[in-house]
Design a protein around this ligand. Structure first.
Ligand code: GDP
Length: 377
């Protein structure tokens, strides 16, 4: 230990005396700053490139999938700056939209939606179509991830250049998600997708929203689970243009056929549709690609009938009318309830109602009076 100390001292000492000595201690270099000097000078400042909407839209028109994805992300965003961009994108895409067939697909978890979409999607692509798969999934708000429209569930389809799979917009109200899905459809159509499959879980919340978006509604069901309606509400069955009993393979084929007849009978009890379409019940096996052609034939027949009798356009026009009305209503409600003065007034008026000094009807008139006067000033 002593020896070591001595040697160290000798070396340092030597540098002072003889600069040419090989034992000289190097002065070393100064510790560099942890900040990149280029950045410090401001020269290399990272600037997020300004989004060129014109170019983005042009690439969407060309069918470039990453531009389409970027466009959809902007449409889904709730940032005020993105909202302005989203309006521009949609405005540019609208004239080139509307030319697809929009098909809603629903059914309880496990019925085979993703298996069906994969088989059906590949079938359509073989027919020369370009297929986009979108999802409406209000439950994903809770799980922070969507169980629908998931690429890992539709592996072969997602690898196909003629397919585009987009998981559900994962935040917001059902109305908000439906609106974003509709806008996403506009972008997909402008990008050349001619079949849009909108997937949703058939548990009763989102079907009405899907019905406002699609031309044709397909309900997937299972046979032989005892309760033939499997928790599917009557309202959902009423919306279906076709019921497909999936997993009609192996031992399940007879049961599937039985279920088909039962559903046919159940549908007879529903009132006739305005567009003269009689909902069809068929069996299929998404896993073994059986009955898939029947689905396409049925959709083609539906399209033929409704385009000839004018109901195809009528339905789309009705749908946009409903969306217009809903948008106005929700904007008005937001405006009314977010007015800071009115918020206070509502609280005080509520107290008066509770004391029995004012009827809720008169209170509503009074509040609306205040609101309208403020708007007119
Ligand atoms: P989803 O939750 O509705 O999307 O259902 P999936 O497509 O994930 O299917 C659930 C399970 O059912 C998977 O194990 C599939 O392999 C299986 N499955 C789907 N379609 C069929 C079918 O036509 N026949 C059989 N036997 N199984 C199927």
């Amino acid at each position: 230990m002593r020896l070591l100390k001595k040697t160290t001292f000798a070396i340092v000492d030597d540098t002072k005396k003889n600069k040419k000595s090989a034992l000289r201690v190097q002065a070393g270099i100064e510790k560099p700053s942890s900040v990149n000097p280029v950045l410090k000078s401001g020269l290399g400042k990272f600037k997020k490139p300004k989004l060129n909407i014109e170019l983005l839209v042009k690439n969407i028109f060309k069918g470039d999938r990453s531009s389409l994805s970027r466009g959809i992300t902007i449409v889904e965003s709730s940032l005020p700056t993105d909202k302005i961009l989203a309006k521009q994108i949609i405005h540019e895409c609208l004239p080139y939209s509307g030319n697809s067939i929009r098909i809603g697909i629903t059914g309880v978890p496990g019925v085979g939606k993703s298996t069906f979409i994969e088989t059906f999607g590949n079938f359509l692509i073989e027919k020369g179509k370009k297929v986009a798969v979108l999802a409406i999934d209000p439950s994903s708000k809770r799980t922070k991830g969507s169980i629908l429209g998931d690429k890992t569930r539709m592996e072969s389809l997602s690898n196909n250049p003629n397919a585009f799979i987009r998981p559900s917009a994962s935040a917001g109200t059902l109305g908000g998600i439906a609106r974003k899905t509709r806008e996403t459809i506009t972008l997909c159509e402008a990008s050349g997708f001619d079949i849009i499959l909108v997937e949703t879980v058939g548990v009763g919340q989102s079907e009405t929203a899907v019905a406002q978006i699609v031309d044709f509604f397909l309900l997937l069901m299972l046979a032989g689970s005892g309760d033939e309606l499997q928790g599917i509400k009557r309202g959902i069955m009423e919306m279906a243009d076709m019921i497909l009993i999936n997993k009609a393979d192996g031992d399940n084929m007879t049961k599937a056929d039985l279920a088909r007849r039962e559903f046919e009978n159940a549908l007879l009890l529903f009132p006739a549709l305005e567009n003269n379409w009689v909902p069809i019940v068929k069996t299929a096996s998404a896993l073994y690609s059986k009955g898939i052609e029947d689905v396409w034939d049925t959709i083609s027949k539906y399209l033929k009938l409704t385009t000839e009798n004018g109901h195809f356009q009528l339905k789309r026009s009705k749908q946009s009318g409903e969306i217009l009305q809903e948008s106005i209503e929700s904007a008005l409600m937001d405006n009314f309830y977010n007015d800071p003065d009115l918020k206070e007034k509502i609280k005080s008026i509520k107290k008066e109602i509770d004391k029995g000094n004012l009827s809720p009807y008169d209170a509503a008139d009074e509040l609306l009076d205040v609101y309208l006067k403020r708007k007119n000033n």
